[in-house]
Design a protein around this ligand. Sequence first.
Ligand code: FAD
Length: 383
Amino acid sequence: MDFELTEEQREFRHLVHEFVAKEVKPLARHTDETGEFNWQAVKKMGPIGLLGLEVPEKYGGAGVDAVSAAIAAEELGWGCGSTALAIGAHNTLGLGPIVRYGSEQLKQQWLPRLATGEGKLAALALTEPGAGSDLQGGVRTTAVKEGDSWIIDGSKMWTTNASIADVIIVLCRTDPAGGSHSLSQILVPTDTPGITIGPPEKKMGLKGSPTHAVTFEEVRVPLENLVGEEGRGLHQTLATLDSGRIGIGALAVGLAQAAYERAVAYAKERHTFGKPIAQHQAIQWMLADAATEIQAARLMVYWAAWLKQQGKPYTKAASMAKLFATEVSERVCRNAIQIHGGYGYSAEYEVERMYRDTRLMTIGEGTSEIQRLVIARHILNEW
Ligand SMILES: Cc1cc2nc3c(=O)[nH]c(=O)nc-3n(C[C@H](O)[C@H](O)[C@H](O)COP(=O)(O)OP(=O)(O)OC[C@H]3O[C@@H](n4cnc5c(N)ncnc54)[C@H](O)[C@@H]3O)c2cc1C
């Protein structure tokens, strides 16, 4: 891989960075403190492509390459974890399956409004009270054919964007016999009768990214709302998560970069024992490790994105990038607090929020344990 970004990618980074610095980052504290979703900024994201990053231009999207999409996720993460998670889930989890597997009818019906910001966002509901890492064995939400409709019943947990979405892609069991070909993805508009979206979950961080339990009671949608093939839902979901993991890795790099920048600035300002703490070797080492690890994580994320862009297999690379970048981010945010001393533990300082926000990244879209499992399976099969 050529590690130099193209001119187009550099220009895109500049555009997104400027936008995030103006519209997103200044509101990050307010978003966290109030739990209000930053619609003000999100409504302005359509024209610069952030709401349809990988949606082809003919459906109103930006159609950017995978590295540029990762750059956008990174810049958003640098600005605000909550907003970045919502926009990441919209692009990779919500729109991804429609772009990759949806029928022409579904694409034309939904992509233009979702990718331009004319409508609200998109979401993906996989997790259930009894199923997270083990979707194949655990999913109990069912979809049964009746005439020209699917009838959906069940409960989902932790659905990012549910209350601010026009559509939710729901992973349902369509074959009660079970097994890897028993699940399907079905697009459900959120105004369909029978859907109940629970109150926002009270979370440790990412408070401005609404997460909800969603229940489905005899929810009826047309058979045409099947996304992709019946029985291929698990396969489609795993492929969607491969892509999402690059996005989470990128978001984590952005959060780490933001915390690192705060730590460097503070280390130069704060004096102890007659000199700036930046002149104490213990502080320098934390900063040096952070700079090194962030750069390594960024390159791993771009590498996975580049493989995706080339049409090469990238499951292992995406898991490696997600695993490494999210664990680096947690360490960097932790040390950014350490460098701030007692002030770092105060909500007055941004690093406190960043640490809470980044904690999710080693859990959502496949925990670190699941990433290690995926990587181990690949390397053992390659042997
Ligand atoms: C803020 C937030 C947003 C989310 N957004 C979404 C969303 O938009 N859509 C959605 O569908 N889900 C979403 N999730 C759910 C998230 O993807 C799951 O929480 C995650 O996949 C883990 O599943 P679980 O919570 O059921 O944990 P479990 O699967 O019960 O795992 C519990 C523990 O066991 C470990 N473990 C499980 N299996 C193994 C194994 N085979 N080997 C080793 N260790 C194992 C796990 O790593 C973990 O440490 C979100 C969660 C949060 C907190």
